[in-house]
Design a protein around this ligand. Structure first.
Ligand SMILES: [Zn+2]
Length: 237
């Protein structure tokens, strides 16, 4: 008697269990309206898209940050302290110039890095401000030794002009790819042909584009937009 009751109860129990499971599954999987499912799918897709976009943005930002940090270095140490005579864009003429005697006049297209006292007879290394090809190494009127290097800034070509260099001690040849921070050579001796008779200092110019331009001064201020202020690129480093 007890046994048959147990068997009976067991059938009832399994009946309810499987019945419930079946009904539950049915309601769960098939009873959602198609529209709800569509909306749900769309929501998931939009969330996934959002995550993808966020990841893309983050990657771009990291790349940009790396680029900005890695693109430039100062050719000389303590750049800000050395720019104490002719910064970028200043108007110079023989009457107002901090240099005497002055033979130039116009708006200064680069920055002049001066030597500190005690550096007159020392070798002052000039480092590559960026990574790129050396494509010009010659004596130029007004500068003495000049090195031109091709580089990139914000995906645009630029030319870096290093002026008043001791041309004979430059360590690279034309066509060499030089890495940022490597020593290119040394400042020319003041008052010699290495600097075309100028004081010992570095004139650094950054020209936009791929066309060489040796002008150290321009007559109109608007013409300065063919150059970039080098200090913007290296003074905060
Ligand atoms: Zn200069």
């Amino acid at each position: 008697m007890r046994k048959s009751l147990f068997i009976k109860n067991r059938y009832i129990f399994f009946g309810i269990f499987w019945g419930g499971l079946f009904l539950g599954s049915y309601l769960f999987f098939f009873h959602q309206k198609p529209q709800d499912l569509y909306l749900l799918e769309e929501k998931v897709m939009r969330e996934e898209e959002g995550v993808d976009r966020m990841e893309e943005e983050t990657e771009k930002y990291i790349l940009l940050e790396e680029k900005q940090e890695m693109v430039f270095t100062s050719p000389l140490d303590n750049p800000k302290e050395r720019i104490n005579k002719k910064p970028f864009g200043i108007w110079i003429d023989p009457q107002n110039s901090p240099i005497f005697p002055e033979r130039f006049s116009g708006y200064h297209t680069g920055v002049d890095f001066e030597i500190f006292s005690g550096e007159e007879d020392k070798d002052i290394e000039v480092k590559a401000m960026c990574s790129g090809e050396i494509f010009f190494l010659q004596t130029v009127n007004g500068y003495g030794g000049v090195i031109l290097q091709k580089c990139f800034y914000e995906e645009q070509s630029i030319i870096v002009l290093y002026g008043h260099i001791d041309k004979d001690r430059v360590r690279f040849s034309l066509g060499d790819q030089v890495k940022m921070g490597t020593t290119l050579g040394f400042l020319g001796q003041g008052g010699s042909e290495e600097t075309d008779g100028e004081r010992k200092h570095l004139h650094l110019g950054v020209i936009k584009g791929e066309k060489e331009n040796f002008l150290g001064y321009v007559r109109a201020e608007t013409l300065l937009d063919q150059w970039i202020d080098p200090c913007e690129l290296i003074c905060s480093l």
